[in-house]
Design a protein around this ligand. Structure first.
Ligand SMILES: [Zn+2]
Length: 474
C-alpha cells in the first residue's frame, strides 16, 4: 500500500495598476509584445527598483484571510539564475523573511506566502530562433506554499480551486489559469504503508507548468502511479523537476532538482527592509476592515439557511459561492423574499443560468431582485404556471421592462368566460372521453383537463379547469 503525499506551490499574478518595482503597466490583456516595459523591468544597469505598496497590501490581505502571521519586518532577496526571460540575471524574491507565515485554507496548512516578480515570456515557436516578450517581466507575483498534507489529486485540486476563489473574493488576483494568472506546481512523493512516520516522506518530485486544474489533477495522478510502479519494481524515485506534457498526458524529466543554495540567495541591496508594523494601513485591523465576506463564510451562511428543515441544495450553494453574479442576485432576492430561498435558487440555477448560457450575460442586468421576487410571488400564488414563469423570465431577460407588467402577459388564464369556450370545444372534440367519464371512468376527467391545458398552451390553471369541467359534465 502506497500513500501519496502532495504539497502545492501556487503562483498568482496580483491585480495592480503597475508592476512590482517600476511604474510600467500591469496589463494581462496587452497583446502587443514589449509595450509595458521600462529601464527598470528590462534590467538596465544603474536603475533602481521601488516597492509597489498595492502588491504588498494584496499579500497581507491574503495573509489575514488565511489566518496567517504577518511579518513585522520583511525584506527582499536576489534569486540568481540565468534565463533569457530574466533580464537582470536574477529575480527579486523573498527568501528569509516572507510577508506571511502559517495559516490554513479549508483545513490545509499553509507554510508561507511571499512576493516576487514575474519573468518575461520566451516564444519558442518561431522557427529556429526564440523571441522575448517582457510585458510580464516584473509583474507582482505572489507565491503560496502549502505543507505536504494532501493525499489525493482530487484534494489538491479542490484546495487550489478554493484558493482561486479566495484570491478573487479579495480582489488580489483574477487568477485565470488559462491566462497564466495562476499557476500550480505540485510536489508529489510516495511512501510505503502508514507505519512510516509522517516526517519520513518519500523522495519528492516537483511537477511544474500545470496550467489548468485538469492538468494538475492528471499530472498528480500520473506521478502517483509512476512512482508506485518504480517502488513496486524495486527501483528508486529520483529527486527531480518534471514537466507535464498535455498531449501525451504524461510527466517528463526536466532537470535534477536544484537546492536553494544553487540560487545563491542574498539580500537585495537596492531595497530597504520594509517595516510592516509601522505602517497603519498594513495593520491586521485595517486590513480586516477591507475584507468582505470570504468564500468559506458565504458557504457557511448558505448552509445555515433552512438548516434542519429544508436545507439548500449543495449544488446551488457551490454555484452561488463560486459565481458572484448569480450569488448576488440570490442574496438580493432572498432579502426581499426570505422564505422562498429554494424557489429562488431553482429559478436562478436553472432558468436564469439557462438564459445566460443561451444568450450570453448581457440580459442578466434585466433580471433584478425585485423582478425575480414578483415572479416568485406570482408563481407561489399559482397565478403563474411554471411555463409562465419561464416565459416571463425570458421576456424580461431579452427585452427588459417592469416585471409586474411583463408578468401580466403570462398569468394563468382563469377568466371563466374564456375558459368556458375552451371547455365546450374540448368536450366537442373528445366526445368519447366525455362518454367514458359519464360511464364512471374517472381518469377521463384528467385527460380532458390535460386537453384544456394544451389548448391554453399551459396558461390555464388546472384547478380552475377541473372545477369548470366538473360543472360542465354534470
Ligand atoms: Zn518597468
Amino acid at each position: 500500500m502506497y500513500i501519496p503525499t502532495i504539497g502545492l506551490e501556487i503562483h498568482a499574478e496580483l491585480k495592480t495598476n503597475t508592476k512590482m518595482f517600476c511604474d510600467s503597466r500591469n496589463d494581462s490583456n496587452e497583446t502587443r509584445p514589449n509595450v509595458n516595459v521600462c529601464h527598470v523591468c528590462i534590467g538596465h544597469p544603474g536603475t533602481l527598483p521601488v516597492i509597489n505598496k498595492e502588491a504588498i497590501k494584496h499579500v497581507l490581505k491574503v495573509g489575514v484571510a488565511i489566518g496567517g502571521t504577518l511579518a513585522d519586518k520583511t525584506s527582499f532577496d536576489r534569486k540568481n539564475y540565468f534565463y533569457p526571460d530574466i533580464p537582470k540575471g536574477y529575480q527579486i524574491s523573498q527568501y528569509k523573511h516572507p510577508l506571511v507565515s502559517g495559516g490554513s485554507v479549508n483545513g490545509i496548512a499553509i507554510t508561507r506566502v511571499h512576493l516576487e516578480e514575474d519573468t518575461g515570456i520566451s516564444l519558442h515557436n518561431k522557427g529556429n530562433y526564440s523571441l522575448l516578450d517582457f510585458n510580464r517581466a516584473g509583474i507582482p507575483l505572489m507565491e503560496l506554499v502549502t505543507e505536504p498534507v494532501m493525499h489525493s489529486a482530487k484534494d489538491a485540486v479542490s484546495f487550489a480551486q478554493e484558493l482561486q476563489l479566495l484570491f478573487r473574493y479579495l480582489g488580489a488576483s483574477d487568477a485565470n489559469m488559462e491566462k497564466g494568472e495562476m499557476r500550480i506546481e505540485a510536489n508529489v512523493s510516495i511512501r510505503q504503508n502508514s507505519k512510516v512516520k509522517l516526517q519520513e516522506l518519500g523522495t519528492k518530485v516537483e511537477v511544474k507548468n500545470l496550467n489548468s486544474f485538469r492538468a494538475a489533477e492528471r499530472a498528480i495522478e500520473y506521478e502517483v502511479k509512476r512512482q508506485s510502479e518504480l517502488l513496486e519494481n524495486g527501483e528508486a524515485v529520483t529527486q527531480e523537476t518534471r514537466g507535464w506534457d498535455d498531449n501525451k498526458q504524461a510527466t517528463f524529466s526536466q532537470r535534477l532538482k536544484e537546492e536553494s543554495h544553487d540560487y545563491r540567495y542574498f539580500p537585495e541591496p537596492d531595497l530597504p527592509v520594509l517595516d510592516i508594523s509601522s505602517i497603519p494601513a498594513f495593520s491586521v485591523e485595517a486590513l480586516k476592515k477591507e475584507i468582505l465576506e470570504l468564500p468559506s463564510e458565504r458557504r457557511a451562511r448558505y448552509q445555515r439557511i433552512g438548516e434542519g428543515k429544508s436545507s439548500m441544495d449543495p449544488r446551488h450553494i457551490e454555484m452561488f459561492v463560486s459565481d458572484n453574479l448569480f450569488g448576488k442576485l440570490f442574496d438580493d432576492t432572498i432579502n426581499i423574499q426570505p422564505l422562498s430561498y429554494n424557489l429562488i435558487a431553482n429559478f436562478i440555477s436553472t432558468d436564469v443560468a439557462g438564459l445566460v448560457s443561451k444568450y450570453g450575460e448581457n440580459g442578466l442586468k434585466n433580471i433584478t431582485p425585485e423582478g425575480l421576487s414578483v415572479i416568485v410571488v406570482n408563481y407561489g400564488k399559482e397565478d403563474l404556471s411554471s411555463r409562465g414563469a419561464k416565459d416571463t423570465l425570458e421576456d424580461l431577460f431579452l427585452n427588459g421592462g417592469d416585471a409586474s407588467e411583463v408578468c401580466k402577459k403570462y398569468l394563468q388564464k382563469s377568466d371563466s368566460e374564456e375558459l368556458a369556450k375552451i371547455i365546450q370545444e374540448v368536450m366537442r372534440e373528445n366526445a368519447s372521453a366525455v362518454n367514458d367519464y359519464k360511464k364512471g371512468k374517472e381518469s377521463a376527467l384528467q385527460f380532458l383537463v390535460g386537453q384544456g391545458m394544451k389548448a391554453t398552451r399551459g396558461a390555464g390553471n388546472p384547478q380552475v379547469f377541473m372545477s369548470l369541467f366538473l360543472e360542465a359534465l354534470k
